[in-house]
Design a protein around this ligand. Structure first.
Ligand SMILES: Cc1cc2nc3c(=O)[nH]c(=O)nc-3n(C[C@H](O)[C@H](O)[C@H](O)COP(=O)(O)O)c2cc1C
Length: 306
């Protein structure tokens, strides 16, 4: 089979292949580094960081669902300082792009974290806007164009030369509208989708299975939603897209790229199989070779809608 050029570009950041691992599903890479060289990946989205360390939510906080999982981990993390001190030097040993993922309670918190991470030299900053805005009564930033724009603007103002990737929430009526607001506010890249809010109930105890009652759905069940949303966003913006949601095969990644993604993240699939991202990469390369493509980027946005 002919060689396919797997390199892709996200706002000036070149990934050697389009496969990234999704935030919160790969920790800071330490556990996975026992299985393979992390330099095999295009990029690593580190576990979501907050300004201060967080314990996360009470257990149970993961539940299986048909073709997916629900989680309410609640951003358990050591804080941005500890990441920069202890985890970033570890990740820097590998020839892989490092993407820091941040969540804040206020736009100011996002700004402070961006400044710290830009100074520390991460390759990209992924701004998770699926978290509640404390000042707006707990409304998630990602559910209102003006809130999404405010966080994006603040992040951009503090990120220096490091590109800012805004991660969109699927829990909205019109994701293209939020995407446009983030792009207009300066987002260099958009990533989507985050988890879909869901719930599971134990019919014997009549209690929700998760201690937080509801959680975020991910895994193969969400792939068609992700493909649809990437397609809608790709038609509404010009910035590159990192697509994710339910990818476990090369075919899934190809669907997201055809819908408009330049690169693809693998998340929940890593839990069942640590090698899933490499399997997806190789299957995607084989699919492109079969289709006689010389570069994987030739898939991006090439869906032919009826
Ligand atoms: C256990 C778990 C923790 C997650 N933590 C984060 C996080 O900290 N920040 C974030 O932006 N997304 C987080 N996500 C969302 C994933 O990055 C991804 O957007 C989502 O799971 C969809 O992809 P998947 O179906 O391939 O897992 C988390 C997902 C899971 C399952």
């Amino acid at each position: 089979m002919p060689d396919v050029n797997l390199a892709v570009n996200l706002a000036g950041v070149t990934l050697k292949n389009p496969i990234v691992v999704a935030s919160g599903t790969f920790g800071f890479g330490r556990e996975y580094s026992r299985f393979y060289d992390l330099g095999e990946l295009g990029g690593i989205c580190a576990k979501g960081l907050t300004l201060h360390p967080r314990e996360g939510n009470p257990a149970p906080r993961i539940a299986e669902t048909p073709m997916g999982i629900l989680n309410s981990v609640g951003l358990q993390n050591p804080g941005v300082d500890a990441f920069i001190r202890e985890e970033l030097p570890f990740l820097r040993q590998f020839d892989v792009k490092v993407i820091a993922n941040i969540s804040g309670n206020t736009p100011e918190e996002y700004g402070v974290m961006c400044e710290m991470l830009a100074d520390a030299g991460v390759d990209l900053i992924e701004v998770n806007i699926s978290c509640p805005n404390v000042k707006a009564g707990g409304l998630a930033y990602g559910t209102r164009p003006e809130l999404a724009a405010e966080v994006t603007e603040t992040a951009k103002a503090h990120a220096g030369n490091v590109p800012v990737m805004v991660k969109l929430s699927p829990n909205v009526t019109d994701i293209a509208q939020i995407a446009k607001a983030a792009e207009a506010a300066g987002a260099d890249v958009l990533s989507l989708i985050n988890t879909l809010r869901g719930m599971r109930i134990d019919t014997k105890t009549r209690r929700p299975v998760l201690k937080m009652n509801t959680g975020g759905l991910s895994g193969p069940a969400v792939l068609p939603v992700a493909v649809r949303m990437v397609w809608e966003v790709a038609q509404a913006v010009r910035v590159p897209i990192l697509g994710m949601g339910g990818v476990s095969k090369g075919e899934d990644a190809a669907q997201l790229m055809l819908a408009g993604a330049s690169a693809v993240a693998v998340g929940t699939a890593c839990f069942a199989d640590p090698f899933a991202p490499l399997k997806v990469r190789d299957e995607l390369a084989a699919l492109a070779a079969e289709q006689k493509l010389s570069a994987i980027s030739q898939l991006t946005g090439e869906v032919k809608p009826w």
